[in-house]
Design a protein around this ligand. Structure first.
Ligand SMILES: *[C@@H]1O[C@H](CO)[C@@H](O)[C@H](O)[C@H]1NC(C)=O
Length: 478
């Protein structure tokens, strides 16, 4: 039972004096006495090896540690980088709340808020000019680029048409409004949906998709963006010169950028209509002049699927989640693709749905999965095996899982920490699937566009679904 208590407290950055933890406190006390003779930089080094809960325990053992914990920006900066993968510490700077505790480190507060992340807030992005607007669509691509631009390409729309338009959305300085949409390109690449498009060093890389005739593609495109003083932003698409054979044609696969010069794809629906389970990596060389596709082979690979997601979470790690499997079942498995030490390998991160509060609603296909501040993945919407669409928000945090695994040798009850369902306030989005989402550079704001929503296609029909053109902003409430 004691372990159960600890589990619950992990969601809170405060510690309670439980009788069951007295032996632990004693242990830290003894340890703390020995540690108190160490210099501050040595202490910080030791703290950095400990999970956050142990650091907080130590803070209770003596005045010196307590003061270090409440005043040391160095410590909290290091912890923010370690646990939340902060790259840009400026995110904590716009701290605008009423400061009743001026002594408390800003980064400590930021750490605490991220630790306690409970909800998101949604808001519709108004259309500046209803005549110039990328209309309703699903299975398109949406990317955030150059600090304040959204790029949207293709997708399926009413009447089975597959779009070939590229749009740029200009965001306001505070990134909370669309200033204008501009149609920058049509016809190239050819119309398609279910392609994947990623950002690598301010370039777009697009692969595959399904065209108007239902034909699956395996072409690889580069979109070059240029900022002109007079013309504004321009985009030119060209086929990437390949030094190898491309992956077999497909659509509804998952793709993401894995570092500064690689794109990863997995699965999708192939030529014969069969779901695929292969993994490929595109290496880009010579400043986007050439690319080489390699197939990743290994003993363990995620099973064949479509409509799943790949999300790069920093360092050498990428997360795969969900999708629809070979038997048309809807999946909820989580896989980690790791490129450390030059090796490319898949590892499944096991958890039990039953251990996750509300976990039985997790299996899904056609959801979005976006990297947010803190190295975590925000999952939204999608549909279940009965094709019921959703509008829920979940956070997937694989680091919470590994800390738990290391600190309690007996714990096989993983999952409780890996998943958390968030509340949402403000605008309530329609339940949707096959929408697209992207985050800004701070990872605090997400833009979601389109998808399939429940709705009347023909007034005569009792129920149906329609392509949606709604565009909304999701803000982490921290
Ligand atoms: C696309 O796939 C086909 C069939 O697998 C293959 O023959 C062709 O070489 C591929 N295209 C490219 C550009 O590699």
């Amino acid at each position: 039972m004691a372990e159960e208590n600890t589990t619950q407290n992990d969601d809170d950055l405060t510690l309670q004096n439980q009788s069951s933890s007295s032996s632990t406190t004693w242990e830290y006390n003894t340890w703390g006495n020995g540690m108190s003779i160490l210099a501050e930089d040595q202490l910080l080094l030791i703290f950095m090896l400990l999970p956050i809960q142990s650091i907080l325990y130590l803070g209770m053992t003596c005045k010196r540690f307590r003061s270090l914990l409440s005043h040391s920006d160095t410590l909290w900066e290091s912890l923010c980088i370690r646990d939340w993968k902060f790259q840009d510490l400026g995110v904590a700077a716009d701290d605008d709340d009423d400061d009743d505790d001026v002594d408390c480190s800003k980064l400590k507060k930021m750490y605490k808020r991220l630790h306690q992340l409970q909800s998101v807030s949604c808001r519709v992005l108004s259309v500046p000019d209803p005549d110039v607007y990328p209309g309703p669509r699903a299975s398109h691509s949406l990317n955030f680029l150059s600090g304040s631009l959204l790029f949207l390409f293709g997708g399926g729309s009413d009447g089975g048409r597959h779009l070939d338009d590229t749009w740029i959305g200009y965001l306001s300085n505070d990134l909370k409004r669309i200033l204008k949409w501009q149609l920058v390109n049509t016809g190239v690449p050819s119309g398609r949906f279910g392609h994947s498009c990623v950002v690598i060093c301010d370039h777009l890389i697009l692969f595959g998709g399904i065209n108007d005739n239902g034909i699956r593609q395996n072409d690889t495109w580069v979109g070059e963006i240029a900022l002109h003083e007079t013309l504004g932003v321009t985009l030119s698409w060209r086929l990437l010169d390949l030094l190898s054979v491309a992956p077999p044609p497909r659509g509804a696969h998952a793709g993401c950028a894995v570092d500064n010069n690689r794109m990863l794809i997995h699965g999708g629906i192939g030529l014969s209509g069969l779901r695929l389970g292969d993994t490929w990596v595109l290496d880009i060389a010579e400043n986007f002049a050439f690319g080489t596709w390699h197939e990743v082979v290994g003993h363990t690979l995620p099973v064949a699927r479509s409509g799943h997601t790949l999300t790069y979470i920093g360092g050498t790690q990428t997360i795969l989640f969900g999708g629809r499997g070979l038997g048309y079942e809807v999946l909820n498995d989580v896989w980690l693709f790791d490129t450390s030490e030059g090796q490319l390998r898949w590892v499944q991160l096991l958890y039990e749905l039953g251990n996750v509060p509300d976990g039985f609603s997790l299996p899904r296909v056609g959801h979005s999965a976006t990297l947010i501040l803190g190295g975590r993945v925000l999952i939204h919407g999608g549909e279940d095996m009965y094709r019921r669409r959703k509008n829920d928000f979940w956070v997937l945090d694989i680091t919470a899982r590994s800390i738990k695994m290391q600190s309690t040798s007996t714990s096989q009850r993983t999952g409780t920490h890996m998943w958390r369902r968030l509340k949402s306030d403000g605008f309530i989005p329609n339940c949707r699937s096959f929408h697209r989402a992207c985050a800004d550079n701070s990872g605090r704001y997400l833009y979601i566009f389109g998808g399939m929503v429940d709705g009347l296609v023909q007034p005569a029909e009792a129920f149906g679904l329609r392509f949606d053109g709604e565009h909304f902003l999701v803000e982490l409430v921290i």
